[in-house]
Design a binder for this molecule. Structure first.
Ligand SMILES: [Zn+2]
Length: 245
């Protein structure tokens, strides 16, 4: 796989010996690749990503992996708030409102190859291939509900489509036995276990709804429907607990 190394961003600093554990996928919400390069390499913007994938499948390497690029902002995953230090950031040349409002097959193929390569190189768990909206559910929506997560193989992204309803029941019973009974409590406990920031959702229904929406868009491509989300989450937890890598 060839990268285009012609453009470099100076918006980075040291990872301070943190290990690379996550891959975060974004979209730029800009008009085209040219604009995206200009933005991500502009010192005044104070943002960057390690990679940018264009609509025609070209991969630009803007920041070396060993450095801490500035793509995740205020984020949280598995109790870690400095997500930039432990992640590789990949931007897609996509805007929901532009001419680049499709996840083109060329772009997605290039992204899959790139994700696979990074995943193998740093031994990243498939549980840790994430959306920006996973690590910043209260302020970010990218890569959005139309992003084709399902086109990734289950070897690279955690897939729980085939988990049986009975197995979801086992998870629910486990919660009930441990005195976690209401749907809301189970959802919050489950999302915490997976890695989401649930610190403020218990007492703030707005934030709770935002979190559920972020999760729903990631895994269902559908609108906020609590019953369905609850059921999917139980299946997710079943797979999550049984999957090592
Ligand atoms: Zn983003």
């Amino acid at each position: 796989m060839k990268y285009i190394n012609k453009y470099k961003s100076l918006n980075y600093n040291s990872r301070k010996n943190s290990k690379i554990k996550l891959i975060i996928i974004h979209y730029t919400a800009l008009q085209n690749t040219e604009d995206a390069i200009f933005y991500l390499c502009n010192k005044n913007k104070k943002v960057s990503s390690h990679y940018l994938v264009s609509q025609n499948g070209k991969i630009y390497n803007l920041v070396k992996d060993k450095f801490r690029a500035w793509h995740a902002g205020q984020s949280f995953w598995q109790n870690i708030t400095d997500v930039n230090s432990i992640s590789i950031g990949i931007e897609l040349d996509y805007s929901p409102y532009g001419k680049n409002n499709k996840f083109s097959p060329k772009m997605i193929n290039a992204l899959k190859l790139l994700v696979n390569k990074i995943q193998k190189k740093y031994k990243i768990s498939k549980k840790n291939i994430l959306a920006h909206s996973d690590v910043s559910p209260f302020r970010k929506i990218d890569p959005g509900k139309n992003f084709p997560w399902k086109s990734f193989s289950s070897n690279s992204v955690l897939n729980f489509d085939k988990v049986k309803d009975n197995d979801a029941k086992i998870i629910e019973e486990w919660f009930n036995k441990n005195n976690i009974r209401s749907k809301k409590k189970i959802i919050i406990f489950g999302l915490t276990l997976i890695g989401y920031d649930t610190r403020k959702v218990n007492r703030n229904s707005k934030l709770y709804k935002k979190l559920i929406n972020a999760y729903g868009k990631r895994y269902l491509n559908k609108k906020y429907k609590i019953k369905l989300i609850y059921h999917v989450l139980l299946k997710h937890l079943f797979k999550f607990m049984l999957t090592k890598d």
